[in-house]
Design a protein around this ligand. Structure first.
Ligand SMILES: Nc1nc2c(c(=O)[nH]1)N[C@H]1C(S)=C(S)[C@@H](COP(=O)(O)OP(=O)(O)OC[C@H]3O[C@@H](n4cnc5c(=O)[nH]c(N)nc54)[C@H](O)[C@@H]3O)O[C@H]1N2
Ligand SMILES: Nc1nc2c(c(=O)[nH]1)N[C@H]1C(S)=C(S)[C@@H](COP(=O)(O)OP(=O)(O)OC[C@H]3O[C@@H](n4cnc5c(=O)[nH]c(N)nc54)[C@H](O)[C@@H]3O)O[C@H]1N2
Ligand SMILES: [Mo]
Length: 814
């Protein structure tokens, strides 16, 4: 299965054919000036109007009406004009003097400004040398990350398109988001589930009685979507709050969402990483009280009897009682028993986020949730069952009908079947995305993945475009060491991120406000089609990823640029994408003007509602006829026990949902250690926007905040607002204390995404991943386990070092 991340949306068709653009192309928005008012564009955080004065963006705001504000929409001026921008192409000084050498100086060497010609020539020469010496698998272009919205300016796709033309590359599989769940759930449900449209919100609002938010913080995470948010998810959570339905939130932290619900939600705070134990306690209570739905289990599932033996302690002599679960999770047994009663007595929707599976043994979490939902017997009913995307990209907002934009692909149209004998290769090998450092450390090493033995490639060149791997990957100090090994590291970026500062060659790239593009909103709804109009000219010497790779394609072979671009410029591509969406849209009776008129209008297009889609109930068809509508599992049923997984014989991923104590958790902690939660930030998208003025909203003592319980703070002499040193054997960071009873005692939270800024061995900007362990979730999925770490904390007593995260590195003349 080649599931390309969130690109599951059925597009109107892949980009095809070479099409010379002859029609009059309208003037770019920025050339017309803001006379007609603000310019419409979009980011991950939604459709936005930007206001331009004297060639500068002075303000931005959301273009859709909303009840819950979205702080990220005000950041366009900072995104374009921050001093953290990379202005010119740069080469590391020693690399320029002695190209192709891994000299151990990455991150510790000044940069030299070069011309674009010089930079591209150097890349071309070194890329060619490495490719001919070591082959395509030595070139890592997996380049994971949340590049900007848009169907044309897709940084990693454009990189891979170029690398495909050059003869292939090493890519990645999976993602950091749902690394564990997306690999285990196909064995359980026959679907990745974590990127599927769940039962719609109208059905929930009408039929659910109890809504459970299991490790889920939609108030933060619904500020964005993979395409661009349609902003409906938060409206629905607002309606849920107003509905008076019973909402139960299970989270070690009193998240923004729990604050939002206030008195209308019950907050239950387990120890981190103990959800499976808690769910087992609920499941045990159901069995003890005879509340589990035996008829459902018989008809729709397989393997329940084996699971029940484990639940009742027949296989391991440990009965998974509520009291047993209370001991592990820190949630009182009576509360666990009460949850069982409530779930069984009501139409209950178990919604879950993904932070619970970004942990060691993360595979078990969603498997256990599905098992619990199966025992409740409400899967496939209106308003009951489970859903894993209500916190993400507006899952549950009914799918619209109309046009859907296609997008540029990593393959050139036609491929070999069209007589195109280059530009047809793909990733020649792939690594699980979160195993990049292990691959660098252990070239040629064998490892287990999802039932197979695989081999790490010997990576000699890395090109990252559109991802922030120095913030997103675990154990930063280990990464920095491994990062010295390749012979060439290229980073395409708009900002001086830590990854850029650790590169050999750095290319300045436009932000989405400096180019034209198109996007849909709402990954599940496809609610709007939005023109992303250029607002200002490219800043300094920044260029579009598309143009950079087109030039490099020409250097591969004369005529390469025409192959890469398929003979189309930016507006030519956009017209083609729009025309395809328009054709489908019109067939669905959506009024879509001709492209030029659409582009001039500066308006988004809303797709049409569809009654059937409004009433979608996930697994309703399976429930109505499990034979005709069998699941894609070997048994066609929900697999509570998987024979396939049994066959893999992995101790770290047993054949039914199982409580496995992590290496680092409360139960293994000494008296001073705390569990580290690295939740997703409210006012950033990961590392994106860390430099923005919005940072003042959350920074404490000008550092990334650490949320710490009053008792834990008191024991360490830490007061609110203090500088705090947090450390373990892997590293240390400086953070600012936010003392709050809104977190479970024994857990502290440093949100992921602050830019690493390491000096004298301490990260001055509180980069959470300096502390986290770079371990796989298990051999099954090899997912990211960034939420499984123990740390120490103390009041920081030294002189506070100057924050340099958002400054340029030293730049010298050659
Ligand atoms: N400890 C811990 N670690 C985590 C997580 C966690 O929960 N805990 N979460 C994980 C998850 S789920 C994810 S998805 C990852 C996120 O990791 P990433 O997706 O890598 O994080 P971003 O900060 O969004 O990085 C995107 C980068 O792309 C750049 N960019 C934007 N637009 C363009 C463009 O048009 N062209 C180019 N060339 N560059 C562009 C931005 O400037 C930014 O540096 O982090 C993971 N890491
Ligand atoms: N504003 C904003 N929105 C985002 C992102 C962002 O960076 N900023 N990132 C986007 C991306 S790429 C993704 S993948 C999604 C991430 O979506 P999620 O993975 O769901 O987000 P997290 O914040 O990691 O976790 C959600 C909640 O789970 C809780 N949690 C963590 N560990 C445990 C645990 O062991 N048990 C329990 N019960 N709860 C736990 C956290 O405290 C948090 O409140 O969000 C997306 N949306
Ligand atoms: Mo993610």
């Amino acid at each position: 299965m080649r599931l390309t991340r969130r690109d599951f949306i059925k597009t109107a068709g892949a980009a095809t054919g070479t099409l010379a653009i002859t029609s009059a192309i309208p003037m770019p928005a920025w050339a017309e000036g803001p006379a007609g008012g603000a310019i419409l564009t979009a980011g991950r955080w939604g459709a936005m109007y930007v206001e331009v004065k004297d060639g500068k963006i002075v303000s931005s705001k959301g273009a859709l009406p909303k009840t819950v504000p979205n702080s990220l929409q005000q950041t366009a001026p900072d995104q374009v004009h921050t001093t953290a921008r990379i202005k010119y192409p740069m080469v590391r000084k020693s690399y320029l003097e002695n190209p192709g050498k891994a000299d151990g100086k990455r991150g510790n060497d000044p940069f030299v400004r070069v011309s674009w010609d010089q930079a591209l020539k150097l890349i071309h020469e070194q890329h060619s040398r490495i490719r001919s010496s070591y082959g395509p698998s030595s070139i890592f272009a997996g380049s994971y990350g949340w590049r900007s919205s848009g169907v044309l300016h897709k940084a990693q796709t454009l990189l891979q398109r170029y690398m495909s033309m050059a003869g292939g590359y090493a890519g990645h599989t999976g993602d950091y988001s749902t690394g564990a769940a997306q690999v285990i759930l196909p064995y359980v449900l026959g679907s990745v589930e974590v990127y599927e449209q769940p039962t719609t919100w109208p059905m929930i609002l009408e039929h659910s009685q109890v809504v459970v938010l299991w490790g889920m913080n939609p108030l933060n995470t619904l500020k964005i979507a993979w395409s661009s948010t349609d902003e409906q998810g938060l409206e629905y959570f607002h309606l849920l709050k107003k509905s008076g339905k019973s909402v139960i939130a299970i989270d070690p932290m009193r998240s923004e969402t729990i604050e939002f619900f206030g008195d209308s939600a019950t907050w239950i705070a387990p120890n981190m990483g103990t959800d499976v134990a808690m769910m087992l306690g609920i499941a045990h209570t159901l069995v003890k009280k005879g509340l589990h739905d035996k008829a459902f289990l018989d008809k729709y599932t397989t393997g329940y009897p084996q699971f029940e033996e484990y639940l009742l302690g027949k296989t391991d002599k440990v009965e998974k009682t509520a009291a047993w679960a209370a001991d592990i999770s820190g949630v009182p047994a009576e509360q666990i028993e009460k949850l069982a009663d409530i779930f069984a007595a009501n139409k209950t929707m178990l919604m879950a986020g993904w932070g619970i599976q970004r942990q060691q043994y993360g595979e078990q979490r969603h498997w256990m949730l599905v098992t619990l939902a199966a025992m409740l017997g409400q899967i496939g009913t209106e308003g009951g069952g489970f859903g894993f995307t209500y916190h993400y990209s507006n899952g549950g907002n009914p799918t619209r009908v109309g046009g859907v934009l296609p997008a540029i692909s990593a393959q050139i149209a036609g491929g070999s079947s069209a007589g195109n004998d280059w530009a047809v290769s793909d990733a020649v090998t792939s690594i699980p995305v979160a195993r990049i450092v292990e691959a660098l450390e252990n070239p040629g090493g064998k490892y287990q993945h999802n039932g197979k033995e695989q081999t790490f490639p010997d990576i000699k060149m890395i090109w990252w475009a559109g991802g922030g791997n120095f913030t997103h990957h675990q154990d930063t100090n280990r990464l920095i060491k491994a990062w010295q090994k390749p012979e060439l590291v290229v980073i395409s970026e708009s900002y001086w991120t830590a990854a850029a500062k650790h590169a050999d060659i750095v290319l300045p790239i436009t932000t989405s406000f400096e180019r034209n593009d198109l996007t849909m909103t709402g990954d599940y709804s496809n609610q709007h089609l939005v023109p992303m109009k250029q607002a200002v000219p490219p800043q300094f010497e920044s260029r579009n990823d598309f143009d950079v790779f087109a030039d490099l394609a020409e250097m591969l072979k004369a005529g390469g640029k025409a192959v890469y671009t398929e003979g189309k410029d930016e507006m030519g591509w956009l017209k083609q994408f729009y025309d395809e969406a328009q054709k489908a849209g019109r067939a669905q009776r959506v009024a879509m003007p001709q492209f030029n008129a659409f582009w001039q209008q500066n308006k988004l297009i809303e797709m049409r509602k569809n009654e059937k889609n409004e009433k979608y109930v996930r697994y309703a068809e399976f429930r109505s006829d499990p034979v005709m509508n069998a699941l894609g599992t070997p048994s066609g049923k929900i697999e509570i026990y998987s024979k396939t997984i049994e066959g893999f014989n992995y101790k770290d991923c047993p054949p039914h949902a199982t409580w496995l104590a992590p290496d680092e958790w409360k139960g293994s902690a000494d008296k001073d250690q705390l569990q580290l939660l690295t939740a997703h930030p409210a006012h950033r998208l990961h590392s994106q926007l860390n430099y923005a003025a919005l940072r003042k909203e959350y920074a404490v003592a000008d550092r990334e905040p650490v949320t710490i319980h009053p008792e834990d703070a008191k024991a360490r002499g830490i007061a609110d607002g203090d500088l705090v040193r947090v450390w373990n054997a892997r590293g240390q960071v400086l953070v600012g204390a936010r003392v709050s009873d809104g977190i479970k005692q024994g857990v502290i939270c440093i949100h992921e995404g602050a830019w690493p800024d390491i000096e004298n061995g301490i990260c001055k900007n509180g980069g959470a991943n300096v502390l986290t362990a770079d371990i796989p979730t298990s051999r099954l999925a090899n997912g990211c386990a960034g939420n499984t770490s123990l740390v120490y904390a103390e009041k920081y007593k030294g002189e506070a070092p100057k924050l340099t995260a958002f400054e340029e590195p030293p730049i010298v003349t050659a």
